[in-house]
Design a protein around this ligand. Structure first.
Ligand SMILES: NC(=O)c1ccc[n+]([C@@H]2O[C@H](COP(=O)([O-])OP(=O)(O)OC[C@H]3O[C@@H](n4cnc5c(N)ncnc54)[C@H](O)[C@@H]3O)[C@@H](O)[C@H]2O)c1
Length: 360
């Protein structure tokens, strides 16, 4: 029996605990939450014991999942890694590069598994794109949603954009040359909207948009390569693929010299005959959901010593680029004297007069 615990059983941690409590060969020996009532509620639901301090159950543990707020990842993980306990830490690995680097080094020196919860790596639509012979030259990602009231200890770059940073790093496999970013704080404090351009050493460019004050949820990515295009809808788990036909690829068409018949054929049959398209639904009802597969991989790695697909180094690389994006957006100059995301430039006036007035 592999003895596991979940530390931080709020919105996401309670799902980790629920799933682990059903795994064969795994014993959920406890759940930990600094909010005792929450720990007890989830412990009862998962038929296990509640704790407020992970040190109380450390001697009984073979591995643990950390799903406390990001600010606490480092302090909690350091203690558990020092004790030689393998960890799955929710994304982002830590709040800063220094903290993340220390955790990676600690896991390496103790020889224990460190996995990071970049769950979109387990999205079947993304897995399918990774298996295609598509070399990315340009990527565009959008990750937007409404305000959830959670993860307010970080801004939207470490909360949402970090998912896409990990994905584009996994797809390009190249070093980052430079970043340029812009951020806006709408609700005060950290940035709520961010826009970043990441230029890779191999020439690939990624444009990333993230917002947590967006009227409708969106989780999409476009991957453009020499071989064609893949559009990923992470929420629907669907792919939209396009590739140029052989006649286009061999340069047999020149739009400057078209006879009338070819011009009209191009107009009518551009998509289909000249640019081939395919829609793929990557949902596989027989397969477990992403969180279950992420946890299955963690348990497998702890048992066998295999390296997880999102290891500590991958978690560190995503934070390193996120930090460069934060440095860039914090130093971005809107106009003389107004620098960074916390200062919206003065407005010239309302765009329209709202039908209802905001409550005071
Ligand atoms: N992979 C994903 O898609 C995904 C989605 C949501 C959240 N997350 C990550 O999961 C983590 C938790 O997010 P959430 O939305 O579940 O937050 P949450 O606020 O709903 O839950 C956090 C829980 O941790 C508890 N807690 C706070 N400090 C603690 C401490 N020192 N020790 C133990 N427990 C503590 C809180 O009482 C709370 O119950 C964050 O790092 C977040 O970025 C990842």
């Amino acid at each position: 029996m592999l003895r596991l615990a979940v530390v931080g059983v709020g919105h996401l941690g309670k799902e980790h605990a629920r799933i682990l409590s059903t795994f064969p060969g795994v014993s959920l020996v406890g759940v930990v939450d600094s909010n005792r009532a929450q720990a007890e509620r989830i412990a009862e639901r998962c038929s296990t014991r509640a704790y407020v301090d992970p040190r109380e159950l450390m001697p009984q543990l073979d591995a643990a999942v950390i799903a406390a707020p990001t600010t606490y990842h480092h302090v909690l993980a350091r203690e558990l890694l020092h004790a030689g306990i393998p960890l799955l830490i929710e994304k982002p690995l830590a709040a800063t590069c220094d903290e993340a680097g220390e955790l990676v080094e600690l896991a390496r020196s103790r020889g224990v598994i460190l996995q990071v919860g970049h769950i979109e790596r387990f999205n079947p639509a993304f897995e399918e794109v990774q298996s295609l012979p598509l070399q990315p030259r340009y990527l565009q990602a959008e990750r937007c949603g409404g305000f959830t009231g959670r993860s307010t200890d970080t801004g939207v770059v470490l909360d949402l954009m970090i998912h896409d940073l990990d994905l584009v790093l996994a797809l390009t496999g190249s070093e980052v040359e430079r970043v340029e970013a812009l951020g806006v704080s709408v609700l005060g404090g950290h940035e709520d909207i961010a826009q970043a351009r990441v230029v890779f050493r191999n020439g690939c460019i990624a444009d990333l948009t993230a917002s947590r004050v967006h009227p409708e949820p969106r989780r999409r990515m476009q991957v453009w390569g020499v071989e064609g295009y893949a559009g990923i809808d992470f929420a629907r788990k669907t792919l939209s693929l396009m590739q140029p036909s052989e006649s286009l690829r061999r340069g047999m068409i020149d739009s400057r010299r078209l006879d009338p018949a070819l011009a009209s054929s191009l107009k009518a049959e551009l998509f289909g005959r000249f640019i081939q398209q395919q829609q793929r639904d990557c949902n596989q009802p027989s397969r477990a959901d992403q969180l279950t597969r992420e946890l299955e991989e963690f348990v497998h790695c702890v048992r066998t010593g295999a390296t997880p697909r999102v290891d500590g180094e991958a978690g560190y690389r995503a934070i390193e680029v996120a930090t460069r994006i934060l440095d860039s957006l914090r130093s971005h100059c809107w106009e003389a004297g107004a620098i960074g995301p916390r200062l919206l430039p003065p407005s010239r006036g309302p765009l329209f007069h709202p039908a209802t007035r905001e409550a005071a």
